[in-house]
Design a binder for this molecule. Structure first.
Ligand SMILES: Nc1ncnc2c1ncn2[C@@H]1O[C@H](COP(=O)(O)OP(=O)(O)OP(=O)(O)O)[C@@H](O)[C@H]1O
Ligand SMILES: O=P(O)(O)O[C@H]1[C@H](O)[C@H](O)[C@H](OP(=O)(O)O)[C@@H](OP(=O)(O)O)[C@@H]1O
Ligand SMILES: [Mg+2]
Length: 384
């Protein structure tokens, strides 16, 4: 077999400061400034208590211990919240940073997880001045690809001027009527190959995907799932990581190009974490043909996308996966993630602390923006 030279992928990343339309030079990227424009002021942050509620896996991946030390150097106490214990004695908290995806997903079928989630929501409702990063309802919505893909679809209109879109998609609830699915693929404007993703967007099973090459293979689907047109993009993914009013673009490996249109090819099953991590390299990510490098997404277009998503989502910590269509050069949004890994963003800690300060500064001077009243429990004080 012809040995393909495995391209060493240079991890290219750039920060784009909301206040600037072009990429801030690296020197400016190494120190995140507060919204007020200067490095965060130690005095205002002294005595602040920031609660963290993360899975064991997430706290390790984020290196929460290192973040705790980083914050301690700026007078901020990081407190890990134990959801299995009463929260009140563990408080008070000025702000809670959390990723409760595991608990939220498991609460669907586990009374224990439901109780943990209820404990958290009860505490948040009883403490309206505690800021949530990010609101529970906003995060829960993105755990359902049916919901997040509807948000992505709306981008076609709101960002039409920036030539930003998302692929046509189709919700699959059951396989009881395959012919109607085949018909819907056509009427909804999807085109083969199709990529199939689970409806649930979090957890190990959520990254198990498949590439479908013909209508005959639609029987391979496992509903509930979502079909999306596969867009050829030259095996390069652009991950946009958002932290408050900053965002960073990181290039990653991605799925290679496939011939457009239906073909008699077996379904390909894969795990997305084999495809788009910095070290991913396989037959699925190596191009079968040489092609010119595509220009990265324009900073202005990415800034417009982030502004729109920040407004639509009401969140401060999220990631959006973007590819460039090799035929139209359209910036195509294929995925949105809550509290991603920020791998390739060396200044994540400083930007996270800077965002925490700017949120607390706003609260100090203007009072809580949104109370955590019961009906808005899950849309508690936002961390924006
Ligand atoms: N519509 C599409 N067209 C082309 N490639 C796609 C499309 N959707 C996904 N991909 C490819 O599959 C990979 C995984 O897709 P996606 O990001 O939706 O999965 P995920 O499990 O949510 O990933 P993660 O949570 O790691 O961001 C993408 O990084 C990209 O390489
Ligand atoms: O490479 P990234 O930062 O995108 O990887 C993320 C991934 O996008 C998902 O957000 C993962 O979350 P789940 O979908 O909930 O598994 C993140 O895992 P996490 O353990 O860091 O939350 C990946 O980092
Ligand atoms: Mg993704």
């Amino acid at each position: 077999m012809r040995r393909r030279r495995r391209r060493r992928r240079r991890v290219r990343w750039r920060e784009v400061d909301e206040a600037q339309t072009d990429t801030a030079p690296l020197s400016d990227c190494l120190w995140c400034h507060s919204a007020a424009g200067g490095p965060y002021t130690h005095s205002l942050m002294s005595g602040r208590r920031v609660g963290f509620c993360l899975s064991e896996k997430k706290r390790r991946r984020m290196n929460l211990d290192a973040f705790r030390e980083f914050c301690a150097g700026h007078g901020v106490e990081v407190v890990e919240i134990d959801l299995t214990q009463p929260l009140a004695p563990q408080g008070p908290f000025d702000i809670i940073v959390h990723k409760l995806s595991d608990v939220i997903v498991e609460a669907e079928c586990s009374s224990k997880s439901q109780q943990l989630l209820t404990n958290f929501q009860t505490y948040v409702s009883a403490h309206p001045t505690t800021v949530l990063l990010d609101p529970l309802l906003a995060m829960t919505r993105l755990l359902d690809r049916f919901a997040s893909y509807q948000i992505m679809t709306k981008l076609r209109n709101s960002l039409r001027d920036w030539r930003i879109c998302s692929p046509p998609h189709l919700e699959i609830h059951s396989l009881s009527d395959l012919s109607s699915i085949q018909q819907a693929v056509t009427t909804q404007g999807l085109s083969f190959p199709l990529i199939c993703k689970t409806r649930v967007a979090h957890g190990s099973l959520s990254h198990e995907m498949s590439l479908i090459f013909s209508t005959g293979s639609l029987a391979d689907l496992h509903p509930p799932c979502v079909l999306q047109s596969f867009i050829n993009h030259g095996a390069v993914l652009h991950k946009v990581f958002v932290v408050g009013d900053r965002h960073f673009c990181v290039e990653r490996p991605s799925l290679k190009n496939f011939p457009s249109g239906p073909c008699d090819r077996e379904t390909i099953f894969f795990n997305s974490h084999q495809v788009s991590k910095p070290e991913s390299s396989s037959d699925l990510t190596e191009l079968d043909e040489q092609m010119p490098c595509l220009p990265p997404p324009s900073s202005e277009a990415v800034a417009a996308l982030v502004r729109e998503l920040r407004a639509q989502l009401g969140m401060a910590l999220f990631g959006v996966d973007v590819i460039i269509n090799i035929h139209t050069h359209t910036l195509t949004v294929i995925d949105i993630n809550i509290f991603p890994g920020y791998e390739g963003v060396p200044q994540f800690f400083s930007c996270l602390l800077s965002h925490i300060q700017s949120v607390l500064d706003k609260q100090t001077y203007t009072g809580p923006q949104v109370t955590n009243s019961p009906e808005s429990t899950s849309s508690a004080t936002t961390g924006l």
